[in-house]
Design a binder for this molecule. Structure first.
Ligand SMILES: [Zn+2]
Length: 82
């Protein structure tokens, strides 16, 4: 048995087949929705440009700063109640 022609990681589903089970499912989805539509969805959802990467970094750093403020508030409240 050979390996899948698409992912090149998994063994093929059938002896004379070309794809593994997961890639066969992807191919069936592409047959229904069209190659261009599926490729567009994959590119828009899975590939991030520089601006999107920076936005994610800013959001994550914002969460860290927010969490630090929350920790400081709790710490200050504990000191007040003592
Ligand atoms: Zn595969």
């Amino acid at each position: 048995m050979g390996y899948c022609y698409f992912c090149e990681k998994e063994p093929v589903e059938k002896y004379f087949g070309y794809y593994c089970a997961d890639c066969r499912e992807i191919k069936n989805i592409m047959n229904v929705y069209g190659r261009d539509k599926v490729l567009g969805i994959v590119k828009s959802c899975c590939i991030r440009n520089d601006k999107q990467i920076q936005n994610k970094i800013d959001i994550e750093l914002g969460d860290i700063k927010t969490n630090k403020k929350d920790v400081d508030k709790v710490y200050n409240l504990r000191n007040i109640t003592k």
